[in-house]
Design a binder for this molecule. Sequence first.
Ligand code: F0G
Length: 456
Amino acid sequence: MPTTLIEPFRIKSVEPIRMTTRAEREALLEKAHLNPFLLHADDVLIDFLTDSGTGAMSAKQWGAIMEGDESYAGARSFFRLEAVIQRLTGYPHLIPTHQGRAAERILFTVAGKPGDIVPSNTHFDTTRANLEASGVVALDLVIPEGLQPRTIHPFKGNIDLDRVEDLLKRDGDKVPFGMLTVTNNSGGGQPVSMANLRAYSALLKRYGKPLVLDVCRFAENAMFVKLREEGYQDRSIESIVQEMFSYGDGCTMSAKKDGMVNIGGFIALKDERWLEAARNLLILTEGFPTYGGLAGRDLEALAVGLEEVLHEDYLRYRLRTAEYMGEKLKAGGVQIVEPTGGHAVYIDAKAFLPHLQSEDYPAWSLANALYLEGGIRGVEIGSVMFGRRDDDGTEHYHPMELVRLAFPRRVYTQSHFDYAAEVICELKSKAEQVKGVRITKQSKYLRHFTAQFRWA
Ligand code: F0G
């Protein structure tokens, strides 16, 4: 029996990628103020910046695009998507948005108010920023193992139920709802167990609080449940997904991940508590309720994507990709967050660059070094993204300094991963040459997207 787990697709349409010289990359990175977000994508050889909106659509999705109904109101494409989402989530109400953060902004504007506190395992950066923009405190209560890069635990995305209960006892009147990110992106792409989800939902219910799920990577989470959680081995992905959604009262979704599309998102709600206000805000800022922030063709592609992402051979290959990359890096002496998550591998930058201090922003520095070494673009998940600088200049650092290599869906082949692993392992062998960075310019919210740097 062959053991190689192949890409479960063949390629119909290709895009060239281009190698640059190191001297070119040095100049390009200087021009980008040492911020990989500011590079031109054409100057990147292998782009692991994000798995968001970067996937390849299937022939079936491209076919569905031709069937998009572009009617302003009541488009057939809306009802097609609505039926798929109702079947998967059990939530009757669909509010399509142009991407995840639009869903977040609309829901949080409606459901939160200044002084509120919203717990989650870990809020993603846009989720946190949108809560904070509504005056809400975004509280991360992941289990302690979720913050320990090398502690092996099957569900490192679980939320710490004791700390949630303490919060509800102490400040319950300030909690409008609880959230949970599946999989937990910022914490390493780590899954949440069904048991944790069920218990969190029950705990919130005891205090009369609804649960809003951030479900960008719901299918990857479901596959982890199938592989790792007792009692789910023989269940279909669809039935696992349905059970996951059954514990929530609503969700925000960035369809750019497990929706398998390049743009899109939605809110889905179990009841009407936030529905009318959310729809009104949607009309004000996104569009009419049956298309929201999207074209009819986008709704069609998403309806197909949400079906395709449930295929088990796809999910098996998907999770294996991250695991394979993780194995190669570990063999080269690179420390990563373990076990590997669903959509990405997270390199422990403090361990990679032990000579750097917090004020050197080791993960940011490593992301730059990977580009210089081999044209690979990853993203810092560390103190630039999650730290902040107070008005008096005091800097707050994040406990973890990670570089995320996130894998676009159905885009790169095994040899791309082999190449990337070689580049990273080679850099590891001369890591002491990598310098730290200093921030020279930054904005108040989501500073990582636009900040400028110099070498220390
Ligand atoms: N929630 C999670 C868990 C996410 O990972 C993202 C996006 C969002 C919400 C926001 O969705 O981008 O469609 O507005 N994550 C991307 C990433 C950007 O690279 O991980 P969006």
